[in-house]
Design a protein around this ligand. Structure first.
Ligand code: AMP
Length: 173
């Protein structure tokens, strides 16, 4: 199956979650077993030979991708969560949204110094969420191999906020 087949199944939902946002809904792609398998294969092929220790996935749709591929990579799974959700000691990072701000958190023992980490989420938009995640992983001493997204909204230029960290996204709008 080609990447175009996955792309065809991503649905545009206008004005969600608020007016003016064109939401890229990946659920039709996930609902189809062949496409789901292809998505898993794409990420697996990309990272299988890179000695990944931890897959750090971002609340909430990033968890889907983390769960799909961490076991295939033989890597551990780390959840980067919205503030107030993780039960143990955390470090937090706040970032600006279009209106107001948000905070992400990670458990202090989630990543050990020098571990090789790939960060996963469903979609890169303005890059604020990913930039905060980079900060958290680097604070714990993780070595970021790459940030992987199924979809990138290239026109928002989120990559520019991610410094030197490599970014990969097979589907770009
Ligand atoms: P950002 O911090 O702007 O890069 O936003 C990234 C996060 O918001 C990701 O976790 C996405 O799931 C979600 N997101 C932002 N914009 C969209 C969009 N247009 N369609 C779907 N998800 C989006």
């Amino acid at each position: 199956m080609s990447i175009d087949k996955i792309r065809e199944a991503i649905r545009d939902v206008p004005d969600f979650p608020k007016p003016g946002i064109l939401f890229k809904d990946i659920t039709p792609a996930l609902q189809d077993p062949d496409r789901l398998r292809e998505i898993s294969d794409l990420f697996y092929e990309r990272y299988k030979d890179l000695n990944i220790d931890k897959v750090a996935c971002i609340d909430a749709r990033g968890f889907i991708f983390g769960g799909l591929i961490a076991t295939r990579l033989g890597a551990g799974l780390v959840t980067v969560r919205k503030a107030g959700k993780l039960p143990y000691d955390v470090i937090e990072e706040s970032y600006e949204l279009e209106y107001g701000s948000a905070t992400l958190a990670i458990h202090v023992d989630a990543i050990k110094k020098g571990e090789r980490v790939v960060i996963l989420d469903d979609l890169l938009a303005t890059g604020g969420t990913a930039a905060a995640t980079i900060q958290l992983v680097e604070t714990l001493g993780g070595d970021i191999v790459e940030l992987g997204f199924l979809v990138e909204l290239g026109f928002l230029e989120g990559r520019k906020r991610l410094g030197n960290s490599p970014v990969w996204a097979p589907i770009v709008y």
